[in-house]
Design a protein around this ligand. Structure first.
Ligand code: ADP
Ligand code: ADP
Length: 219
């Protein structure tokens, strides 16, 4: 589902990343670990098409996303990728439900129809937020915000789910619960899951753990 070949990317600052090969199959749950500053977030940005590699290729669900022009890449990302951001990146002035529906609002061509709204509400209900769909992020606890961010990453039934420290700021019970929700939904839709994490106690639950340094690491 995710195929990376000969990926190279450098910031103007001089940091450079090189990943010769990384594959994640449909239904596979892969964790990526490594020290801060190693390039894990950069890797997720490249996989999702948020960033474009200097060389090499990222293929998602058979499509070479890294080769697409900006607009097409954005549309492909919206159609194929769900992203749980490190700091959740919820929109302050939108309700929980509107935050979950946000992927439909960013020029992606996906229809924000009754079915999408029903799916957003069903996810929030399943995540224990059925009574809180109209609250804004400031009116939710940290764990609740986290669940909104996860629901947003799942609402389009993406084939690829990327999570950047998705459980980082949570207490142990909420960490485990957040991973349960992510895994259950990924199993239902058959998605490939690639999670950057520092939570070593959660690693045994993944099918595979990749140490960033072993990927080919940083140049
Ligand atoms: P990690 O997620 O493993 O902590 P990052 O991918 O965030 O690592 O960052 C890798 C390196 O790239 C760091 O040295 C960071 O300072 C640098 N970096 C990250 N984002 C940018 C940027 N937008 N411009 C320049 N350098 C960046
Ligand atoms: P936590 O113990 O996880 O930090 P909080 O103390 O932040 O949780 O919140 C506890 C409960 O109060 C949560 O269910 C949350 O939805 C609710 N809550 C928090 N802040 C507000 C607010 N500003 N308005 C309404 N409800 C809130």
């Amino acid at each position: 589902m995710i195929e990376i070949r000969d990926l190279r990317f450098a910031y103007g600052s001089g940091f450079a990343l090189s990943v010769p090969v990384l594959d994640v199959a449909a239904r596979e749950r892969v964790a990526v670990v490594g020290p801060s500053g190693a390039g894990k977030t950069t890797l997720l940005n490249l996989v999702s098409g948020i960033a474009v590699p200097d060389a090499g290729r990222v293929t998602l669900d058979g499509r070479a996303i890294s080769a697409l022009p900006d607009r097409a890449r954005r549309a492909a990302r919206a159609a194929s990728v769900g992203f749980v951001f490190q700091e959740f990146a919820l929109v302050d002035y939108l309700s929980a439900e509107e935050n979950v529906l946000y992927p439909y609002r960013v020029g992606t061509g996906l229809a924000l129809d009754k079915e999408a709204r029903a799916r957003a509400r069903a996810l929030l209900a399943e995540f224990g937020l059925g009574e809180k769909t109209r609250r804004r992020p400031a009116q939710l606890s940290q764990g609740e915000r986290q669940r909104v961010a996860i629901a947003r990453a799942l609402v389009t039934r993406p084939k690829v789910i990327l999570a950047d420290e998705a459980t980082g700021n949570l207490d142990p019970a909420n960490k485990a619960a957040a991973l349960d929700l992510l895994f259950a939904q990924a199993a239902e839709t058959g998605a490939a899951l690639l999670c950057v994490t520092h939570d070593h106690e959660l690693l045994p639950r993944f099918d595979r753990v990749i140490d960033f340094a072993d990927l080919g690491g940083t140049a």
